[in-house]
Design a protein around this ligand. Structure first.
Ligand SMILES: *Cc1c(COP(=O)(O)O)cnc(C)c1O
Length: 532
């Protein structure tokens, strides 16, 4: 790894397992897979990529001037463009192939959405523009809000949260406000074992104590265990439906009734709403608050963690506490953005404000374009096709991959497998890394925690049967290699620009300096992380 080629770059591409008669290249690149160093390593230091005029006047004497060189890469425009284009080619994307991340729902983003989002009237609005000049944008927010309320059968929606987890916080703050308004001080939130990590984290962040509810052997919430935990301290429960085992919670109404009878509220994690949109209305199941990840159910890009949008639909009981700002229609039918609470009039019980401005205009326009272009019947078909595709994956692989809940009937929109049956020493990680060699982004691994070595595969509705068969063939081959103990799987990926990185070390101690210099004693160098 420490050897450098003639250009001084680390020839990590050369680490790919090639037979000894494969010639090494001078550049260190192989075919059209290009190795890419850091921009700092491209040799631009000490030069300037653009021609700058000499300043016409002398620098102001009272300004502190930098004496030392900035030490930034002084790349020219073509060098910069190529650097980022080469990097982008190492990225896997939904526009390249299937992205089977269970729970995260990586959907194709229709180009129609992109076109609409780029209309200048939406793309160029400024949050401080006078309201009268953005009535079209307010109309989009209001129409999307109407659709979300209708599709979920709820009373109101808070549009401003920026992601699913942010929506969870919004919902729990509404619950806290409602409990305080009753003059009570309930401080416990119940969360099932199979929940997404954001659920307990949000509850703790909102100041609640988290207590866990066990799952049944069928992978569902244990209703009896939940009932035993209910009491005067319980503010509410957070339940994901469909849950993160890819199963519908059939006892949701009974759960909600029990929680309400004990004076609590029901938060539903609606990240998996894409499996039931048009089929089930959470409002009919007794839900009080639910976030909808627009970027999961209604396409819209996830964009490396943002910008997303996580509107929260609310029941009649929680609607008065929704955050500001929100869009409302006055008596003359004019849309208006309510920015401040006014005692007695505008939303006096709001718990406050979570964001500086209203929301993610680009996501709202994309989601509304998706909804309108599909229509109510099209959205229902989206859910049905997503479920059909997941069941096809589940049934096509259950002879080689253990499906822990396969016998409880069909799954919803994602298929869950475990590592049971792999040869001694072989793990879910080996299969995931092997998928990279096969040209696929790996599925979600080691989540949910209720299953050993979980593999959560979500194909989404847009994958064709031919595409699914190709993916299934790859996963089948990897499962067979893991079962038979094929040693070469341990060192996968063999054909990726990098091999097995120490991902935990990289996440816990990110290296934010170049040249592999440790930023502080004890921090790993780039070479240490990459050298595994
Ligand atoms: C994605 C997801 C979340 C978090 O949503 P973000 O938009 O990533 O914050 C919460 N719960 C479940 C079940 C999810 O799949």
């Amino acid at each position: 790894m420490n050897a450098t080629n003639a250009a001084g770059w680390r020839p990590t591409m050369g680490e790919v397992d090639m037979s000894s008669d494969t010639p090494r290249t001078f550049s260190g690149d192989y075919g059209l897979m290009l190795e890419e160093p850091l921009s700092f390593e491209l040799g631009g230091n000490g030069k300037c990529g653009v021609d700058l005029d000499e300043p016409e006047c002398a620098p102001l004497s009272n300004l502190p001037l930098r004496k030392a060189a900035l030490d930034l890469p002084g790349l020219t425009e073509p060098e910069t463009v190529r650097h980022y284009t080469r990097l982008s080619r190492q990225n896997y994307a939904i526009d390249l192939g299937p992205f089977p991340l269970g729970s995260c729902t990586m959907k194709h983003n229709p180009r129609l959405n992109e076109k609409v989002a780029r209309f200048p009237g939406f793309a160029d609005v400024h949050p401080l523009q006078p309201q009268q000049s953005v009535s079209g944008a307010l109309e989009v927010i209001s129409e999307l809000a109407d659709w979300l309320i209708t599709l979920t059968g709820m009373s109101a929606v808070a549009m401003s949260p920026k992601a699913g987890a942010h929506g969870e916080l919004c919902g729990l703050l509404c619950i806290r406000a409602a409990i305080e308004a009753r003059g009570e001080s309930r401080d416990v939130v119940l969360v099932p074992e199979s929940a997404h990590g954001t659920n307990p984290a949000t509850a703790a962040f909102a100041g609640f104590k988290v207590e866990s509810i066990p799952a049944t052997v069928e992978g569902r919430v244990d209703l009896e265990a939940l009932k035993e935990k209910l009491g005067p301290n319980v503010a509410g429960v957070m339940i994901t439906n469909p849950n993160t085992c890819g199963l519908f919670e059939p006892e949701m109404k009974a759960i909600a009734d029990a929680v309400h009878a004990a004076g609590g509220y029901v938060y539903c994690d609606g990240a998996n709403f894409n499996a039931v949109v048009g089929k089930v209305r959470p409002g009919d199941l007794g839900v009080d608050a639910m976030h909808i990840n627009l970027h999961k159910t209604f396409s819209t890009p996830h964009g490396g963690g943002g910008p997303g949008a996580g509107p929260v639909v609310l029941s009649e009981a929680l609607a008065p506490y929704a955050p500001l700002p929100f869009v409302t229609r006055d008596a003359e039918g004019q849309l208006r953005l309510v920015e401040e609470e006014t005692a007695g009039e505008d939303h006096p019980n709001s718990f406050g404000r979570m964001v500086a401005f209203h929301g993610q205009m680009g996501m709202f326009t994309r989601a509304l374009a998706y909804i309108l272009s599909h229509g109510a019947d099209g959205l229902r078909q989206v859910a049905e096709d997503a479920v059909l595709n997941a069941n096809y994956v589940l049934r096509s692989l259950e002879d080689v991959l253990n499906a822990p809940f396969g016998s409880s009937g069909p799954c919803m929109h994602e298929a869950l497998f475990s590592d049971k049956g792999f040869a001694e020493g072989f793990s879910t990680l080996d299969v995931a890394k092997g998928l990279i060699d096969e040209g696929f982004h790996p599925m979600t691994v080691y989540f949910p925690l209720v299953v050993h070595g979980a593999m959560l595969v979500e194909p989404t509705e847009t994958e064709s049967k031919a595409g699914l068969d190709r993916f299934i063939g790859s996963l089948r081959s990897l499962a067979e290699r893991a079962r038979s103990g094929d040693e070469t799987l341990h060192s996968a990926p063999h054909y990726a620009p990098r091999r097995r990185l120490d991902e935990t070390l990289a996440a816990r101690k990110p290296v934010l300096v170049w040249k592999g210099q440790p930023a502080s004693p004890g921090q790993p160098t780039l070479t240490e992380i990459g050298d595994r």
